[in-house]
Design a protein around this ligand. Structure first.
Ligand code: 475
Length: 794
């Protein structure tokens, strides 16, 4: 068909913005608010994405290659406008255009609320992957849920976390295209009957999945993939009979029940009702996505045996693992493929990524719940389990046990490849949670170390450093990040180091201004020491706090001593039901209040904990950081991705041999990394030792004194839960790792004072971190898991 839109002449950005302001938003320039300007710019930019987006789709269909479908409960994409402007190469034009309007384009872009459709690392990884798949021209679709309310907004009241609903859709969201025609029914409950030799599932509850598409544009605007998010709608909008009978609430009941499914991200799942809703969410988006995938396949092919060569479906953790049985059901029950072939075909399409070894995070559903919500799936899981048992009679693993369905083993057995997210994590998967399955299927587990997109985390978040790098080695590094290695010689160039230092300083001044606006005054001449991530015992923010208290006590003993001034910056949210993590938050704030108010030391040591840490705050914090805290108990952090962003932006790491820290240290060089703490195997051994925490406290008077200060009420509350934990069972080895952490922290202090040596190490961190681009990670998935090829247009 002729492209009718080609007749519309392309306009310059200025006219496009003014046109949208007037005709899309109904505002004139005189009365426009910042938000109006931002929306107008968003529409103007979106217009520029549509043609490459269409062209990518055309090319994908024309080439008939393999397509990738990335299924994830979370996409923590943050702001989209700046990403799109940067990737389209329109930043300078946008800047000039808005200067003409008397506005700073960065302020306008910063007006956008974050799309916070994720909790943390797993969701942010999915977002980096979307961008990299577009940059590489890998034909891909992201599939997830369009939550009305993303991750809660965090506030502090009396130092404690309070949660408020997040409301990113309260204003017009310019990036998405609603697809009212793309609707898919999804059923729950009901019964299974045999009809003419086939099993037929008749659900007793149905909702409609309705699609919304967001184009994700890659670097240089050459390729755009689609993020398709599903909203839940009722089958019938309204019960008019009940309404007319005066039952107004009852009339809207079906609608409410349906919409609840896509209402909030990760609802509390500690109650029975919460669990049911979570499983419904998982099945809802997985089932809708699979139908959509088969629908696309059917438009091009009529032979289902081609499915594994045309379709790669990646499961981001076990949250979409019901895809295994659901795809088997579609192929076997609905399309008549025999069961063994259906299982084999489904497995050929599916890949599973594991993100955690923590036992409490490995999903299990009671058979009762699974049977009542998804009766046919439970039967199929039994068949899949039985088939696996038959093939491996000496096995000990099972997908069903203790009355539960175990989603990890189910995902493993239904995937042709299973991957961990860092070298260490993948090895631990083989040795621990999946040891038995790995023995039976030694080819299945592969490693794909995580990565981050340099477009967002360097080009857009750190424009000063990016400009310096581009001046030194050209812009090629932004989509070929290992070219940062060309910076290595500059680490010996005093002039370059000074410019690098000036950039870090300017970023620190910017951040200090931002923090001052939050009533958190900090001195940009002090070291910026940053720990930002979800609050969790294994991430050990409380180890950092104990070191902070001990340091403060020594400074008070000798306030005129030759101390290295530090600002300890924390950021992160705790799960609303995670009581201990919330205690850690309270402790950080309580310690901060006392230390920040101490006139004897507050020019040397301060604590800043801005509330509501999110992607856009990370974009400000990381470029300004000098020290990156990556201090998890070894063996617990699957990879980490923040650690990579810091190293790229020239912060030095103090860290344990955990997750991707291991690979970071190998690449940047042991001499440019502050290592401390036990290794993963030492951790396991130490846990077996009687009273290890008490022994560690007795051996380290600094730790004993810091704990005493907390217990005696120096920080108001006595925080018994924390002091008892770290001096008692201390599962995460906070006490046992303290002394070595203190030692490494003092090495950091000394190193920081030698500015030239520090900057040299920082430049080497940047120069040697190119491998951590998510482009490299995606190439690995394409090669080892998806067997997919990159395409390109033009
Ligand atoms: C790891 N989130 C990081 C990152 O691979 C790793 C779990 C259950 C429900 C909702 N969200 C989750 C995670 O498990 C998660 O974010 N895991 C993280 O994945 C990407 O870098 O080490 O902890």
């Amino acid at each position: 068909m002729k492209d009718l839109t080609a007749a519309i002449p392309a306009t310059d950005l200025r006219s496009a913005v003014l046109q949208h302001l007037k005709y899309s938003l109904g505002k004139d320039a005189e009365h426009a608010t910042i938000t109006d300007w931002r929306q107008a710019l968003s529409f103007a930019i979106r217009d520029r994405i549509v043609d490459p987006w269409f062209a990518s789709t055309r090319e994908t269909y024309a080439r008939q290659g393999k397509r990738v479908f990335y299924l994830s409960m979370e996409f923590l994409i943050g702001r989209l406008l700046e990403d799109a402007v940067v990737n389209l190469g329109l930043l300078d034009e946008a800047h000039e255009t808005f200067e003409g309007f008397g506005l700073d384009v960065r302020t306008v872009m910063a007006d956008e609320p974050d799309a916070a459709l994720g909790n943390g690392g797993l969701g942010r990884l999915a977002a980096c992957f979307l961008e990299s798949m577009s940059t590489l021209g890998c034909p891909a679709y992201g599939y997830g849920i369009r939550y009305e309310h993303g991750l809660f907004r965090q506030g502090f009241r009396d130092g404690r976390q309070v949660e408020a609903p997040e409301d990113w859709l309260s204003e017009l969201h310019a990036w998405e295209f609603e697809r009212p025609e793309a609707t898919i029914p999804v059923g729950f409950g009901g019964e299974v009957r045999e009809l003419g030799g086939r099993m037929v599932w008749t659900p007793d509850e149905r909702v409609i999945a309705q699609a919304t598409d967001t184009p994700i544009i890659g670097w240089h605007g050459k390729w755009a993939n689609t993020l398709r998010l599903w909203s839940a709608r009722p089958e019938t909008v309204f019960d008019l009979d009940r309404f007319n009978a005066g039952d107004y609430f009852g009339a809207a009941e079906a609608e409410n029940t349906a919409r609840t499914i896509s209402r909030v991200l990760y609802p509390d799942d500690t109650t029975e009702e919460g669990k049911r809703l979570r499983l419904k969410q998982e099945f809802f988006f997985t089932a809708a996505s699979l139908r959509d995938i088969l629908r696309r396949f059917d438009t091009e092919y009529d032979d289902l045996s081609l499915l594994p060569s045309k379709v790669a479906i990646q499961l981001n953790d076990t949250h979409p693992a019901i895809a295994g049985p659901e795809l088997v059901r579609l192929l076997h029950d609905e399309r008549g493929m025999d069961l063994p072939r259906a299982i084999e075909t489904a497995r050929g399409c599916l890949g599973y990524t594991n993100h955690t070894l923590l036992p409490e995070a490995l999903e299990r559903w009671s058979e009762g719940l699974m049977g009542s919500l998804l009766p046919r799936h439970l039967q199929l899981i039994e068949r899949i389990d039985a088939a696996h048992a038959e093939a491996h009679p000496d096995r000990r693993v099972t997908m069903l046990g203790d009355g539960d369905v175990h989603m990890g083993p189910l995902a493993f057995s239904m995937a042709h490849k299973v991957n961990g997210v860092s070298g260490l994590h993948t090895e631990l998967m083989k040795e621990t949670v999946f040891a038995e399955l790995h023995r039976l299927h030694p080819e299945r587990i592969v490693n794909q170390t995580n990565g981050v997109t340099p477009r967002r985390w360097m080009v857009s978040a750190n424009p000063r450093l990016s400009a310096l790098i581009t001046e030194a080695i050209g812009i090629g590094w932004a989509d070929d990040l290992e070219r940062l290695a060309e910076l290595e010689p500059m680490a010996e160039d005093a002039g370059f180091l000074e410019r690098f230092d000036a950039i870090k300083r300017a970023n620190k001044v910017d951040l200090a201004g931002n923090l001052a606006g939050r009533d958190l005054p900090v001195d940009p001449d002090a070291m910026f020491d940053v720990q930002i991530k979800r609050i969790h015992e294994y991430k050990r923010q409380h180890l950092n706090v104990l070191e902070t208290i001990a340091l403060w006590q020594e400074m008070r003993d000798d306030p005129t001593g030759d101390w290295t001034p530090r600002v300890k910056i924390f950021g992160g949210k705790a799960a609303p039901g995670y009581v201990f993590a919330k205690e850690i938050i309270h402790l950080i704030n309580a310690v901060g209040d006392v230390i920040n108010a101490d006139p004897a030391t507050n020019h040397l040591l301060r604590v800043a904990y801005p509330a509501n840490y999110n992607v856009s705050l990370a974009e400000r914090l990381i470029p300004a950081a000098e020290l990156s805290q990556q201090i998890s108990t070894a063996g617990k952090e699957a990879s980490g991705t923040g650690n990579m962003k810091f190293a790229l932006n020239g912060a030095l790491t103090i860290g344990t041999l955990d997750g991707a820290n291991v690979e970071i240290r190998e690449l940047v060089g042991a001499e440019n990394f502050f290592l401390f703490g036990m290794t993963a195997s030492e951790v396991v051994a130490r846990r077996e030792m009687h009273d290890h925490a008490r022994a560690a406290i007795e051996a380290d008077p600094r730790l004993a004194r810091a704990l005493d200060a907390i217990r005696s009420g120096t920080f108001g509350d006595r925080f018994e839960a924390i002091t008892e934990n770290v001096s008692g069972q201390d599962y995460f080895l906070v006490s046992s790792d303290f002394s070595d952490y203190w030692r490494a922290s003092r090495e950091v202090d000394a190193a920081w004072r030698d500015r030239a040596a520090w900057n040299r190490m920082a430049v080497l961190n940047t120069a040697r971190s190119g491998w951590f681009s998510s482009d490299r990670t995606i190439r690995g998935y394409m090669r080892d898991i998806w067997n997919a090829e990159a395409l390109s247009i033009g």
